[in-house]
Design a protein around this ligand. Structure first.
Ligand code: NI
Length: 254
């Protein structure tokens, strides 16, 4: 069984094809999916989708690129929404210095606040980190006692080892299948399977051979196949270990 640990198919662009996309995923052996919110409204939609399907779970949280739009900076809605049984993580949260550097302080403040909420609720965190690796690492290092995943991991092998030491998994997505993604291939090659999770980040980052088209959770299959190829480990063993990682981190799938 394959797990897509990070997708956003609650978005409107899937409205006409969502059923088909989900059925296709099941056909591709992608039998658990995690819908990840990025603000209040999207978190509600993630919950609604998870409530509709046994095999879909969800995460609620405020994405770093959305922090300046947030009206309730107490983020009390996160604790409220997390009462839903299908909510298995806080995310996606973190830092993003690629899109906007105007709100770095606010990004850090909201990241920290959500780490503390996750600790209080005893939930793992799903981290978005883009061109902010050093700050992200420092915050996690200074606020231990929470586990989680660095979604769509894109930093160096050296940093990967440091994040793993803090108890974090690396989320591996479609970028792994791109020819020029040398560093992430090096990460997958050199890090134990026990530290990896598979994901798509649908609708973004569609893997080969569908690069450039709309992403589907079913395409996690291509990511897992690439991991198997790079590590030269039998595909069924890769699926098995990645599924065990999911069970361990998110406490689902039993
Ligand atoms: Ni995402």
């Amino acid at each position: 069984m394959i797990v897509d640990t990070h997708m956003h198919i609650f978005e409107a662009k899937y409205d006409d094809i969502r059923e088909d996309v989900i059925n296709e995923a099941l056909c591709f052996d992608v039998k658990i999916m995690i819908a990840v919110g990025y603000d209040y409204q999207s978190s509600l939609r993630a919950i609604a989708l998870a409530n509709k399907y046994d095999f879909i779970y969800c995460a609620v949280g405020l994405h770093p690129s959305e922090v300046h739009k947030e009206k309730d900076i107490s983020l009390s809605w996160i604790t409220e929404l997390a009462k839903n049984k299908k909510v298995i993580a806080i995310g996606e949260i973190g830092l993003d210095y690629y899109w906007d550097k105007t709100y770095i302080d606010l990004q850090k403040e909201m990241f920290l606040k959500q780490i503390n909420i996750a600790k209080k609720l005893d939930l793992p965190i799903i981290i978005h980190n883009r061109e902010s690796t050093n700050d992200c690492y420092q915050i996690l290092k200074n606020n231990q006692g929470v586990k989680g995943v660095l979604h769509c991991y894109s930093s160096s092998l050296e940093m990967a080892k440091e994040f793993i030491k803090l108890g974090f998994y690396l989320g591996i997505g479609g970028v792994l299948t791109f020819k020029n993604s040398k560093e992430i291939k090096r990460v997958v090659e050199n890090v134990d399977l026990e530290n990896l999770l598979s994901e798509t980040d649908s609708p973004y980052l569609t893997p080969m051979p569908y690069r450039g088209q709309l992403n589907h959770p079913g395409y996690t299959k291509f990511v897992v196949e690439e991991i198997s190829k790079i590590k030269n480990i039998d595909l069924e063993i890769v699926k098995d270990v990645l599924f065990k990682n999911v069970k361990k981190l998110f406490k689902i799938g039993d």
